[in-house]
Write a protein that binds this ligand. Structure first.
Ligand SMILES: Cc1cc2nc3c(=O)[nH]c(=O)nc-3n(C[C@H](O)[C@H](O)[C@H](O)COP(=O)(O)OP(=O)(O)OC[C@H]3O[C@@H](n4cnc5c(N)ncnc54)[C@H](O)[C@@H]3O)c2cc1C
Length: 511
């Protein structure tokens, strides 16, 4: 072999083969991805590869008689109701596609309403407005007009639609009473020639597709949802820079001034741990996948263990799509199989069951919404002597004899969160320590909705109704006060986790 030839051969031998090169780059890529922010990069890449992804038409339904966009109009409007995000939002995807098809500009609006209520707090409105500020910035970059409007949709949107000469209104879906009323009002007042289209952007399987009726329990809805996941748990296409610029532009929003002017209870402040917005939600998801997911299955019932996703506030406000969460978590399936399955059960089956309950049961927050057996058993035991009786104020101030309960309540008031296992114990003790199940439910809902950052959500209504009125549950051994409602006690908690450790951390100094 000549010197020249030998040199070339040895150089080739030390050079990695194409296959080896691929291995090296995937390893490097993986390392790079593991650095903070890898998830967002990965998701951006995945989305851009799915530009042609179709929207499943079953996700939407027409609430108007007309289905055709008004001819000669100047734009399409997405009334953003529940899902406060730009990407991974099927309602906005649909609105943009509709607008592009007709060569029209795209507008997004939020109708801000602050009910006069004890549960309208700075904690919730600050999280919401800061999330919306991020939405407005993203819209601007994409040449989509973002309007923050003050008032309910029925009152202000008909005028807004006509002033801006809009040809169609798209909105998202919430099963709760007030948003349904706003939608009903809008439906009545919107001109007949403007289509009103609702897209379920919150559930992976649209609520009306998952089931046409009130489901009895997780057992009865699980199979229906699971069967439909291959059809609905698909990738998202991106919302892209809009190709048609609006002639009437949105008024800029002074976010600081808006938050300062809201009539909300400022004594319930913003928690440190949860930063609002999609970006912060993605960071929380990333840390879940990296760190906590692997122990989710084995440690999720231990309030001292960092095992849960902590994602509920971002999902509640729509900053993060549960659909996106499911897609990304499933990609880690190999190493964390059982944890992924347990997590999907909570995120998809249990969560989507709560929308089913609120959508098909108008009495979703009242004892009358419970099954007959549960109403009867609670009535039978209404006069039972309670071991302790506390007022709402005593409970609110964490002044009971039970250090564990007080600690959970303290964490909720100060941090805006409570571990899922303790939420059940917490609500059941309210049933045990107040004078009637009606009072217990009303106090539990008040505290939950006022202090939990993820409160005022179908999950909260169902969580309290499950604990106090046995919905989605079965009858258990009969006992005082609870009747046949499932019982929980302090001793049971001692068996599950290190109660003293939790009490030491959270038992209130002073509220
Ligand atoms: C009395 C009571 C009150 C509750 N109040 C609320 C509430 O106001 N808002 C709220 O979002 N959840 C509520 N839950 C449900 C559940 O406790 C929380 O969703 C969960 O603790 C949130 O923490 P995480 O995001 O770390 O949950 P993870 O365990 O990591 O679960 C991931 C997601 O799945 C969903 N999920 C988890 N558990 C449930 C469940 N039991 N039912 C329905 N969806 C679930 C949530 O969207 C959650 O973010 C309540 C439960 C009870 C018993």
């Amino acid at each position: 072999m000549s010197d020249k030839k030998r040199k070339a051969t040895s150089a080739a031998a030390s050079r990695p083969s194409a296959k080896q090169q691929k291995l090296v780059s995937t390893k490097e890529e993986k390392k790079k991805q593991r650095a903070a922010g890898w998830l967002q990069e990965l998701v951006n890449q995945q989305r851009s590869e799915k530009r042609d992804m179709k929207l499943n038409k079953k996700r939407l339904r027409f609430l108007s008689d007309t289905q055709k966009i008004k001819q000669g109009s100047d734009g399409v409007l997405y009334w953003m109701l529940r899902d406060h995000r730009v990407q991974d939002n099927w309602a906005l995807i649909h609105a943009q596609r509709l607008a592009i098809k007709e060569n029209l500009p795209l507008h997004v609006c939020v109708c801000l309403v602050v009910p006069e209520s004890e549960v309208s707090t700075l904690r919730h409105y600050s999280f919401m407005l800061k999330g919306l500020e991020e939405v407005a910035k993203k819209c601007k970059r994409l040449d989509i007009q973002f309007h923050l409007l003050h008032g309910s949709a029925g009152e202000i949107l008909p005028g807004f639609v006509s002033d801006h000469s809009l040809g169609a209104v798209v909105t998202d879906f919430s099963p709760l009473r007030e948003p349904l009323q706003w939608l009903e009002d809008l439906k009545k007042k919107l001109p007949n020639d403007i289509p009103l289209i609702q897209v379920d952007a919150h559930n992976i399987v649209p609520c009306w597709v998952a089931s046409p009726k009130l489901e009895y329990s997780a057992r009865t809805i699980r199979g229906k949802i699971t069967k439909l996941l291959p059809e609905f748990l698909t990738d998202f296409p991106p919302v892209e820079k809009h190709p048609y610029t609006a002639t009437i532009t949105a008024k800029p929003v002074d976010w600081v001034e808006t938050l300062a002017s809201l009539q909300v209870d400022r004594t319930v402040g913003e928690p440190e741990w949860a930063k609002p917005g999609t970006k912060a939600g993605m960071a929380m998801l990333e840390s879940f996948i990296d760190v906590r997911l692997k122990v989710f299955d084995t440690q999720r019932n231990d309030p001292n263990a960092p095992a849960l996703s902590q994602l509920s506030p971002w999902i509640r406000f729509g900053h993060l799509s549960a659909h996106r969460v499911a897609l990304q978590v499933q990609q880690g399936r190999k190493s964390t199989g059982q944890s992924v399955a347990s997590f999907i059960e909570e995120l998809v089956v249990r969560r989507e069951l709560t929308d089913n309950f609120c959508f098909y049961n108008k009495k979703y927050d009242s004892l009358e919404g419970a099954y007959e057996w549960a109403q009867k058993t609670l009535k039978d035991h209404a006069k039972d002597e309670r071991p302790y009786l506390y007022t709402r104020e005593q409970l609110e101030n964490a002044k009971t004899h039970d250090k564990l309960w007080n600690g959970a309540q303290y964490q909720m008031v100060t941090e805006g969160k409570m571990h899922g296992f303790l939420r059940m114990y917490w609500a059941k003790k309210i049933l045990e320590w107040t004078s009637s199940p009606e009072e217990a439910l009303s106090i539990a809902l008040y505290l939950n909705d006022r202090y939990e950052l993820d409160g005022q959500d179908p999950n909260g209504f169902v969580g309290c109704m499950w604990s106090i009125c046995g919905i989605h549950d079965q009858g258990w051994k009969e006992r005082p006060v609870f009747g046949k409602i499932r019982y929980m006690n302090y001793k049971g908690c001692l068996r599950k986790f290190k109660v003293a450790e939790f009490e030491k951390k959270y038992c209130p100094k002073k509220l």
